[in-house]
Write a protein that binds this ligand. Sequence first.
Ligand SMILES: C[S@@+](CC[C@H](N)C(=O)[O-])C[C@H]1O[C@@H](n2cnc3c(N)ncnc32)[C@H](O)[C@@H]1O
Length: 249
Amino acid sequence: MSAPEQRQRRYWDALAQTDPDAAIIDPNDRRGLKNAYLAGLRDRAFAQSLARHDVERGTVLDLGCGTASASHPLLRAGHRVLGLDISLQLLRHARNRCGDRDCLFAAVDGRHLPVAASVMDAAVVYVVLSYVTDDAAALALLEEVRATLKPGAPLIMIEQARARRALCEDGLKVHRSIREWTQLLRQAGFRLADTAILRHGRFPTTPLVAVGAIPRAAWPWLARCEAGVARLTGVFGWDYAEVRFEATA
Ligand SMILES: C[S@@+](CC[C@H](N)C(=O)[O-])C[C@H]1O[C@@H](n2cnc3c(N)ncnc32)[C@H](O)[C@@H]1O
């Protein structure tokens, strides 16, 4: 394992000491409401995209599954899940959360996926390749993901993007532009089906969600609002956005 992957493993293993939901989204979200809101938004996006691609009760690769926060709702929806992650400590939470029924969790070196070719019905990725700052490494990983997918199977990837590429979190993470993300997908041999901005990173209602000022019943409506605003504005120059890419192998 090379130095960048070792650094990632150390970083995520240390975060695994906190709450399993906080560890993989925002460790500073004291009440857990913001993390629950963002996880719900992610899960709805995955479910809608999988349905659009007619993936029902499929075998789904969750790359960078972390604590299985996204794998768990996929299992509940009847899919089988293979969750792969660089952090052994996060994977402990994944196993506790999901048990071993219809799922398998395994540690990877951050570059290679120990999966046979053309076996997966779909792959999901939530804010993982943003942590692979080297483009050649991110491309190689996407190529590995494509190889695991059956021909025509979808990759649903939600990553963070900025108008202009920027390194953040002390060089641990990169915000690529939407153009750079789509180029990587195409270079990896994917056919791009759809791209949508789901939300702006610092949308003004997010702090209100975090303090409990917006009831849970209103969250789906708020998520639709965020997506609507993002559709109109595109990525702001001063903020990152969460972007959902649908592509097929
Ligand atoms: C922001 S968390 C998201 C976790 C999960 N996808 C979710 O939706 O809850 C990023 C995850 O990517 C994992 N990760 C980072 N680099 C990786 C790599 N090269 N290969 C596999 N996993 C990686 C981290 O360990 C962490 O679990």
